[in-house]
Design a protein around this ligand. Structure first.
Ligand SMILES: [Cu+2]
Length: 297
């Protein structure tokens, strides 16, 4: 009787949880790259069907969540059973024994086996994160109190800029989310492996973009490497998620993923190639100045 009751409770709970998860996934699917009001579950993946983020979501949804749900229901069932069956009224004279070899072996090996099962998938995912393909682009990101700065390679004109969040009025005027949208987003090409070198200028920050499954602590004096591959052009938001001071809440990350052509155009607009005539002229002026200084000396 009790067993049947417990079973029906468990079934109802599982059904309820599944419904909630599906509802969350449906709501979350409407927006990629940013949190959704009343969204449940993880932010949808922005890195393609084989991407790390997609694998991480699958690991969470299909391995971790069922296991933790079963364990929680099992423990809850045990608790209810003990409360009902072994309370003072139902069981006035409690048993006096301690130790039971069989049960002790079970509760030791059981968790070990569960952890080993989880480790198979966890290590596979860690391997995927570790094995970065040859990067197509490297961007250096520095966390500052309280903004991010970005630096691009010399080959791309050594573009560098600071990125600050938009004011509430500006965000409203542009129709973009306040506390997520910034004035100068990080710009990357879609479908390309982007290596991100993360460091900090003052205190610990953390570079975190949920849709790409990317997070790295920004440590002063140290360069950490993460990478991602955004599948589709679009805007993806992240945040500093290492408590870094009073304005920690106000250092969002915005990644503008563009098609390769649009990315090239952005690079050209930010770092115009020096005109062939300008460079020699500047160098000649410098030589003349040096010569003048030498004569004066
Ligand atoms: Cu920070």
């Amino acid at each position: 009787m009790l067993y049947r009751k417990l079973k029906s409770v468990a079934t109802t709970a599982t059904l309820g949880l599944t419904t909630l998860m599906l509802a969350g996934a449906a709501t979350a699917q409407t927006l990629v790259g940013q949190p959704t009001p009343r969204g449940l579950g993880l932010q949808p993946s922005g890195d393609g069907p084989d991407g790390m983020r997609t694998q991480a979501i699958a690991f969470h949804d299909h391995i971790l969540l069922p296991i933790i749900t079963l364990i929680t229901l099992f423990v809850l069932g045990l608790l209810i059973w003990i409360i009902i069956r072994y309370n003072k009224r139902a069981n006035p004279t409690p048993a006096q024994f301690s130790h039971n070899t069989t049960i002790e072996i079970i509760w030791t090996t059981g968790p070990v086996l569960i952890l080993m099962f989880i480790a198979i998938f966890s290590f596979r995912l860690l391997g995927a994160y570790h094995n970065m393909p040859k990067p197509d682009l490297t961007v250096k990101v520095t966390g500052n109190q309280w903004y991010w700065s970005y630096e691009y390679p010399k080959a791309l004109g050594a573009i560098s800029f600071d990125s600050n969040p938009l004011s509430e009025a500006d965000a409203k005027a542009k129709g973009v989310p306040f506390k997520l949208a910034v004035n100068n987003p990080m710009v990357v090409p879609a479908g390309k492996t982007v290596q991100v070198l993360v460091t900090g200028a003052d205190v610990l920050h953390s570079f975190f973009i949920p849709a790409f499954g990317v997070q790295s602590t920004a440590v002063p004096g140290k360069l950490n490497t993460v990478w991602f591959k955004a599948e589709k052009p679009g805007i993806y938001y992240g945040e500093c998620n290492e408590l870094c001071g009073v304005q920690h809440y106000f250092m969002p990350i915005e990644v503008d993923v563009k098609s390769q052509a649009d990315f090239d155009a952005w690079v050209a607009s930010k770092a115009p190639a020096p005109t062939p005539a300008a460079a020699p002229a500047a160098s000649a002026a410098k030589t003349a100045a040096t010569a003048a200084a030498a004569t004066a000396g």
